[in-house]
Design a protein. Structure first.
Length: 362
C-alpha cells in the first residue's frame, strides 16, 4: 500500500490552518485532496477567488463547497454549551403512576408511615436476619459485577436453593406477605404446624387459586429458617439493569420480615415479652404497606399487567386489615403473661385479625 501523506498549509495573514489529507502516491495524477473548512470559510479564505483555487471545490455559480451553502456555513450558530442536568424521560409516566400508587396506599392507612418507621427502629433488636441474606450482593459487587456475572450468580443461587431437600419453596405474591402471616397465625393457633401453613400456601398456587407473579422463599419447616429468597424477575432497560440489585434487597428484606415473624409467632420462647411480641407482629404486617414493590409495578415486559399488579397489592393489604375499610387502628392491644402457640397465640390472632376479610373474598 502506498504511503499516506498529509500536508498542513498556513494562509498568509489569516492565522488559521487548512487541514488537507492527500491519498495516493505523492505527486501522481490520481491524488485526491479533501479540504476541511471551518465556520466562516468564505471570509477566512479571502472570498470566492481564493476558494476557486481549492482544487475546484468551490462552485461560484452555486456559491457552495461540495454542495454546502457557504452562507449557511458562515452563519451557523455556536454549539450549545454542554450541561450536566440532561435526563432520560423514558418511563416517566410509569414512575409517576408508581408514586401515585404509594400515595394512595398511604392515604388509606390508619397509621402514619413515619411513625411506623420509628417503631421499626425501636423494635430493631427483635428482627431476625434470615439465612437468605448470605446470598445477597455486597456494595462492591453492586458496583463491579457485569450483567452477565450478575445473571450467572443469580442462577447459581437458585440452583443451591432448589438443591436443598429440607426446605419448602413457598410462593408469595405482590402484597401477599401480610396475608401469609395471618394464615400462619391461624394454622398455628388452631394446633397446626408451620409446615401445615406453608403447604396451605403452596397449594393455593398449585391449584390455581392465586393468579399473578410471586417471589419465592425456601423455608425449613422444622426450624423456621428462611434459607433462600428469589425475587420476581422484572424486565428493565439495558442501561438500568443495576436497579435489579434494589429488587434483591427488597426480597431479602421480606425474607427477614418473614423469618422474624415465624420466630415469634411459631417458635415463641418463655422469656419473650408478650406485649412487645404482639406489637412486633403487628408492625411486621403494617410495614408491608410501604415495602418496595418496584419489581411488580415497574416491569417493562410487553405483557406486564402493571395496573393489575397495583390493584392486587392494594387488595391484599386491604384483605389483611392493613388499609381500607377493614383496617384496625391498633388500639385494641392486650397484655399476656406468657406466649405459647397453644393458648396466647389464639388471643393474638383474634386481636390482630379483628374485622379481617375472609380469605374466600380474595
Amino acid at each position: 500500500m502506498d504511503t499516506l501523506v498529509q500536508s498542513v498549509s498556513t494562509y498568509p495573514g489569516i492565522g488559521i490552518f487548512d487541514l488537507s489529507g492527500t491519498v495516493g502516491p505523492a505527486g501522481s495524477s490520481d491524488t485526491f485532496a479533501m479540504y476541511l473548512f471551518t465556520n466562516g470559510a468564505e471570509k477566512i479564505f479571502g472570498g470566492t477567488e481564493a476558494l476557486d483555487a481549492a482544487l475546484g471545490l468551490y462552485q461560484s455559480s452555486q456559491e457552495s463547497i461540495l454542495g454546502l451553502n457557504i452562507t449557511d456555513i458562515s452563519t451557523v450558530p455556536d454549539v450549545p454549551e454542554a450541561k450536566d442536568d440532561i435526563t432520560d424521560n423514558a418511563g416517566e409516566q410509569e414512575k409517576s403512576d408508581a408514586e401515585k400508587f404509594y400515595s394512595d396506599i398511604e392515604k388509606a392507612l390508619p397509621f402514619s408511615v413515619a411513625e411506623e418507621k420509628e417503631k421499626e427502629a425501636a423494635l430493631a433488636d427483635m428482627y431476625v436476619t434470615s439465612v437468605a441474606e448470605r446470598f445477597g450482593f455486597s456494595e462492591t459487587e453492586k458496583e463491579t459485577l457485569t450483567r452477565d456475572d450478575y445473571t450467572a450468580r443469580c442462577r447459581d443461587n437458585l440452583n443451591i436453593f432448589e438443591g436443598d431437600s429440607f426446605s419448602l419453596r413457598v410462593p408469595v405474591g405482590a402484597g401477599e406477605l401480610p396475608l401469609l402471616m395471618d394464615r400462619i397465625l391461624k394454622v398455628v393457633s388452631e394446633g397446626g404446624s408451620l409446615e401445615d401453613a406453608l403447604w396451605e400456601q403452596i397449594d393455593r398456587y398449585e391449584q390455581g387459586f392465586v393468579n399473578g407473579n410471586a417471589d419465592l422463599f425456601w423455608i425449613d419447616p422444622e426450624s423456621g429458617e428462611v434459607l433462600g429468597a428469589c425475587k420476581y424477575e422484572r424486565t428493565v432497560d439495558d442501561n438500568e439493569w443495576r436497579t435489579l440489585f434494589e429488587d434483591d434487597s427488597a426480597v431479602l428484606t421480606a425474607a427477614d420480615d418473614l423469618a422474624s415473624f415465624i420466630r415469634y409467632a411459631v417458635f415463641a420462647l418463655a422469656g419473650d415479652d408478650p406485649e412487645r411480641v404482639k406489637e412486633f407482629l403487628e408492625h411486621l404486617k403494617n410495614k408491608q404497606a410501604y415495602a418496595d414493590y418496584a419489581r411488580f409495578i415497574l416491569d417493562l415486559k410487553p405483557d406486564a399487567e402493571i395496573n393489575e399488579a397495583m390493584e392486587l397489592i392494594k387488595s391484599n393489604l386491604t384483605a389483611a386489615g392493613i388499609m381500607g375499610e377493614n383496617a384496625s387502628s391498633g388500639g385494641n392491644s392486650k397484655s399476656y403473661n406468657t406466649l405459647t402457640p397453644e393458648s396466647e397465640l389464639k388471643e393474638i390472632i383474634e386481636s390482630i385479625q379483628s374485622e379481617k376479610v375472609s380469605d374466600s373474598t380474595i
